[in-house]
Every structure is written in structure tokens, then in C-alpha cells.
Design a binder for this molecule. Structure first.
Ligand code: SF4
Length: 428
């Protein structure tokens, strides 16, 4: 399949920012349903009811069922082919399935109706269905909808769509109050570490979205400063801004440099001095430096390519190049939101090959020519590339492994060092 290729800098030539090559063509990436894998673990009283096809059910069962071991709080209501006249039956069927789920699971606080891409689902107005069901279950369970269709979302955009659906539900922050809102799913252990650091820095109150339970929604208003923990939440950030919140510009909290820069953005907004920041973070930074030293030995000088997949590529490339000494061969990202990536773009090395979007065949040709030591890609491409003798890392692991913050910096480096060590052992 032929693709399109264009280049731009996004700002004035000579500004030192990397040139971005845009590609359009065939792409290989999960749809937004994948987000349910980590969202259902984080929001403990949420249930995700996917209105979809057998393909959607299969994706969830194989992705979620194989990779996680938790009480599932998701299901797929499979919609068979109907004509428009049959849609009334679909709505009745949906009401019946929702009633059944809620009867069996009285602990559910929020039920998400998740749209997918089969044409029968597109014909169904899920927003109206959510409104109708919300009225029926008012006071007992919140019913929301969002689309994770492969036509509208890729992989991590499913989380963005889910969190955006939560924004109108957040209570109003009283005028004159201020608070920090951290956006993006973080494992509880990482959330607790950040909460402790913010408390030691004298920053607060601090809230996290998504919350662990939907009975404890964070407030939102003009006194809210938003700090993104994940780079793929542009729509949610914009929805928060529409309610008066201010988005803090920061790198993402991967590695020592990213985490320090991320915390610095909050300290500056709160008027906390650099000396306090240095004093509070020094012990964690020393621990992270010790942990990283070991993995740096395996990673230094190794060549890495990222295929566009999770939208985590740019911050991870920055970490691997600046803190682990890796050489960036190509950094592909499915979308580039220049505002959200402003701090990260300036930290990439000059001349790095940065691509936005995908033209799969063309990208694979480049990869085969480059033959990097490690390629970060989706599950679907990993096995074929391994069979060609290329070492790979699954990008989905980076989304549901604790990798944020100082204390996880060494674990993050290890995720990339492990396949290289394994390859070296196999060669021996
Ligand atoms: Fe496939 Fe679309 Fe279902 Fe995703 S939402 S699994 S792309 S049919």
C-alpha cells in the first residue's frame, strides 16, 4: 500500500527542534479497547461493558485474560447484524444485559458503555442509551459512555476517551481553593510514592484521575493545576481546561530527569524553592542512580527504534538516550501533540529521526535496513520481527508495568535491558 510522507518542524527552522516526518498509510496498532486492560484494574468499582463483535470479545479475552490475573470487571455484549428497524430490540437487549450485570455486581459504582467499530454498533446511539440507563439507575450507579472504536482511537487513546467521559462528573472546586490534579492511570504503589513526595514538598491537596473508586472523584475548577502523568491524554487535558483548570508544562515522569522536571513544574506553580525540591528528592535520586548504573552497562551504545504505538515513545526515547546512553535510530509516534510534547522535544538529540503516523511497509523496510539492537513495537509485529533476528520489546508492557517516578527508573531501564541480555546469552 502506498503512503504519504511530508516533513515539518512545527516551528521556525533553526530552533533546534527535531524535524518531524509525517507518514500516512497502513498502520498496525491496537484499538482503544486495550485501555480497559489497565483501567479496570485501577478503578476498582468500575465495570466496562463493551458493545461489540466477537472480535472485540476476543481481543479483550486474549489481551486481558492472558496478561492479567484479576477479578474481571469487563464484558462484551455481542451485537449481531441488524437492520435499522431492529435497533429497538438492540436497545432492549442492552437494557437487559445492563440489568443483569448490575444485579450480579451490586458493588459497581460506575458502568461504562464502551462503543466499538462494527457498523451495527455505530448505528446504535450509545450516548442516548447511557442517558436513558443513567435515569433508570440514578442514585445507585453512574452510567457513562465512550468510544474505543478502532476507527476513532488507537491503543492508549481509549484511556483518553474514558477519562474525558469522567470530566463532566467531577465536582466543582470551590472558588479561591487550589489543588493539583495528576492525570493518567498510575499503579497504586506509584501513586502513593508521588503523593508522599508532594506532601514533603508542601504541595496539596493533590488528587489523581482516574481515582481508585468513583465514589471519590477529585474536584475541578479554575484553581486546579493539571499535571499529566501520561502523554496521551490531550482530550482529557483540554476538557479540564474548558472547566478553567491550568495545564502545567512539564516533561513526563520517566527516569530521574523526567521525574525531577515533572515535580519542578508543580513546585514552581506552588512557589516552592529549588533548594526544597533538591533536598526532598535527593534520597530517591541517589537510589535511582544506583539502580540505573547496573542497567546502563547493558544499554549503553545499543541502537533502538520505536515503532509508533503507545504515544510513550518520545519520553521513553529521551530517557533511554540521556540516562542510559542508548542511540536512537528512529522514534515513531502515532500522533504528535506539540503542546503536550513541548518540554520533551527539546530534550531529544539533534538530528534524531522522528516520525509521526505510520506507513507500515515503508517503516519495516527502514527497520530491516537499520537492524537496531532493539525494536519497541506492538504485539502483532514482535513475533515476525523476532523471526527475522531482530530483538523486540512489547510496547503494551510499558503501559501496565509500574515505570513512573524515581523508584521505578531502574525497573524501566531493565525492561529494555532484559531482551538484550537474553539475546547475548543465546548467542553465547
Ligand atoms: Fe476490532 Fe473494532 Fe472491536 Fe477494536 S473495536 S476489537 S478494532 S472490531
Amino acid at each position: 500500500m502506498s503512503g504519504l510522507q511530508t516533513q515539518d518542524r512545527g516551528s521556525a527552522v533553526g530552533d533546534g527542534l527535531p524535524v518531524v516526518t509525517r507518514e500516512r498509510g497502513q498502520r498496525q496498532v491496537f484499538c482503544g479497547l486495550a485501555g480497559i486492560v489497565w483501567l479496570h484494574r485501577k478503578i476498582q468499582d468500575a465495570f466496562f461493558l463493551v458493545i461489540g463483535s466477537r472480535t472485540c470479545a476476543h481481543l479483550l479475552q486474549s489481551a486481558a485474560g492472558v496478561m492479567i490475573f484479576a477479578e474481571p470487571r469487563f464484558a462484551t455484549a455481542i451485537l449481531h447484524e441488524r437492520d435499522l428497524a431492529g435497533l429497538a430490540d438492540c436497545n432492549a437487549e442492552l437494557d437487559r444485559v445492563v440489568a443483569e450485570v448490575l444485579e450480579r455486581r451490586p458493588d459497581i459504582g460506575t458502568l461504562f458503555l464502551v462503543g466499538s467499530c462494527p457498523s451495527e454498533v455505530i448505528k446504535l446511539d450509545l450516548a442516548k442509551a447511557a442517558e436513558r440507563l443513567a435515569a433508570v439507575y440514578q442514585g445507585r450507579v453512574r452510567i457513562l459512555d465512550y468510544s474505543a472504536s478502532g476507527l476513532e482511537t488507537t491503543f492508549t487513546q481509549g484511556e483518553d476517551a474514558c477519562l474525558k467521559a469522567l470530566v463532566p462528573e467531577l465536582p466543582q472546586l470551590p472558588s479561591g481553593d487550589r489543588s493539583l490534579l495528576v492525570l493518567g492511570t498510575l499503579p497504586d504503589v506509584v501513586e502513593d510514592q508521588f503523593a508522599r513526595l508532594f506532601a514533603e514538598l508542601g504541595i496539596g491537596p493533590v488528587h489523581f484521575l482516574p481515582p481508585r473508586r468513583t465514589t471519590a472523584f477529585p474536584p475541578l475548577g479554575s484553581g486546579t493545576k493539571v499535571l499529566l502523568a501520561q502523554p496521551f491524554l490531550g482530550e482529557t487535558a483540554r476538557a479540564c481546561e474548558a472547566r478553567g483548570a491550568e495545564l502545567l508544562s512539564a516533561p513526563y515522569p520517566f527516569g530521574i530527569e523526567g521525574t525531577l522536571g515533572w515535580l519542578r513544574a508543580a513546585t514552581e506553580a506552588w512557589g516552592v524553592t529549588g533548594e526544597v525540591l533538591d533536598a526532598v528528592t535527593a534520597p530517591a535520586i541517589a537510589r535511582a542512580q544506583r539502580g540505573l548504573a547496573h542497567h546502563r552497562e547493558s544499554l549503553e551504545g545499543k541502537r533502538i527504534s520505536f515503532l509508533p504505538d503507545s504515544q510513550l515513545e518520545i519520553p521513553l526515547a529521551r530517557f533511554l538516550q540521556r540516562e542510559c546512553g542508548m542511540d536512537l535510530v528512529e522514534v515513531g509516534t502515532p500522533f504528535l501533540d506539540r503542546r503536550l510534547m513541548a518540554e520533551e522535544m527539546g530534550l531529544l538529540p539533534e538530528g534524531v529521526r522522528l516520525t509521526e503516523g505510520q506507513d507500515l511497509e515503508r517503516q519495516l523496510d527502514r527497520l530491516r535496513e537499520d537492524r537496531p539492537d532493539l525494536t519497541v513495537c506492538g504485539l502483532g509485529l514482535a513475533n515476525p520481527l523476532e523471526s527475522e533476528g531482530l530483538r523486540t520489546k512489547w510496547s503494551i508492557e510499558l503501559v501496565f508495568t509500574p515505570v513512573h517516578g524515581f523508584d521505578q527508573a531502574a525497573d524501566l531501564a531493565e525492561l529494555f535491558a532484559r531482551p538484550l541480555r537474553r539475546a547475548a546469552l543465546l548467542r553465547v
